[in-house]
Design a binder for this molecule. Structure first.
Ligand code: NDP
Ligand code: GUE
Ligand code: MG
Length: 284
């Protein structure tokens, strides 16, 4: 039996409607709508698509988005000044600085400058540390979105073997922390991992975030496994594809996410949840 699809389109819309209801109740109670500052430096086409999706879903969720579109030659000092201004602004609940930043700007420095209470990406070392210590506050959107998808399978993760392929600061590492928090047994693989196929063959849950099209082979997938594909790769023909061989993996998996229409949409929906949560914490 081929895998069931974990449909990011449907599930992300459910989440956004939930946030919408929470926002409406808050506004009916006399508070202003939550507000998200979206900072984009330069005009990377992929970033423009993602930022466009974020602004559109803010509108659907009843969240005010405040765009700061800056030229590619913005200085680090100017970006620092903007973040400090947004930190101090009581009308702003969430700050998102779209990555990647131009090479002349130190991204780590900018992320560390964002007020952790407004860090709706969950990238600040404070928020990653909270997640590592089993006291999460604002959780990174992509891994939290993946956990929402995993919940929808109805499969209990406690004691399951999970393999995360990729160990970046925004995907693999926080994903491993999320799965550990859910009490799975977690293996994190990266470019120096030996015999990746063997690791994946053992996994009840596979999360791939590598950035190489069709990198995870369908024949590696254990029968009945859950396969979550975080990868977003644009092929020469203009089409998007994930990091997993979708068709072949579907023959073995019980559940699988498509690309597009999977994790990417969940990232944006989770950003809406985080922005609402930040607003409530800042102004109960
Ligand atoms: N759906 C979504 O919402 C999002 C999707 N993405 C997508 O996810 C993918 C990964 O993004 P990101 O984490 O930022 O990428 P990075 O390039 O920062 O990290 C890639 C990771 O994959 C590992 N890797 C690279 N080559 C291999 C290999 N041959 N074998 C095993 N591991 C390897 C790297 O290992 P090492 O640590 O050793 O270098 C690294 O840990 C991309 O396709 C990106 O577009 C990213 C963010 C959000
Ligand atoms: N500060 C910051 N926060 C991020 O969360 C962040 C970032 N920087 N930099 C880049 C990555 C990537 N990312 C995606 C967001 C939406 C889709 C998305 O909407 N994907 C759709 C369609 C994509 C398309 O059509 O190109 C889909 O998969 O169906 C994908 C990927 C957020 N990221
Ligand atoms: Mg840089």
């Amino acid at each position: 039996m081929p895998a069931q699809i974990l449909d990011g389109k449907v599930i992300s819309q459910e989440i956004i409607q939930q946030v919408r209801a929470q926002v409406d109740a808050r506004v009916a109670g006399g508070k202003r709508a939550p507000a998200l500052a979206v900072v984009l430096v330069g005009s990377d086409p992929a970033s423009q698509v993602y930022v466009g999706n974020k602004k559109r879903q803010c509108a659907n969720a009843g969240i005010t988005s405040i765009a700061h579109d800056l030229p590619a030659d913005t200085t680090e000092a100017d970006l620092i000044a903007l973040v400090q201004q947004l930190n101090a602004d009581d009308a702003v609940d969430g700050i998102l600085v779209q990555l990647p930043l131009p090479g002349h700007i130190n991204a780590e420095k900018i992320i560390e400058l964002i007020d952790p209470n407004k860090d709706v990406d969950g990238f600040h070392p404070y928020n990653i540390g909270r997640l590592a210590l089993k006291m999460p506050l604002l959780r990174p959107c992509t891994p939290r979105g993946v956990m929402t998808l995993l919940e929808k399978t109805g499969i209990d993760l406690v004691g399951k073997d999970a393999v995360v392929v990729g160990a970046s600061n925004i995907v693999g590492r926080p994903q491993a922390l999320e799965l550990l928090l859910a009490r799975a047994t977690v293996t994190v693989c990266h470019s120096k991992t030996r015999d990746l196929a063997e690791k994946v063959r053992n996994a009840d849950v596979v999360v791939a975030g590598v950035g190489i099209p069709n990198f995870v082979k369908g024949e590696w997938i254990k029968p009945g496994a859950i396969v979550i594909d975080v990868g977003i790769n644009r092929l020469d023909n203009g089409k998007l594809c994930g990091d997993v061989e979708f068709e072949a993996a579907s023959q073995n998996a019980a559940w699988i996410t498509p690309v597009p229409g999977g994790v990417g949409l969940m990232t944006v929906a989770t950003l809406m949840q985080n922005t609402f949560d930040a607003a409530v914490k800042l102004n109960p």
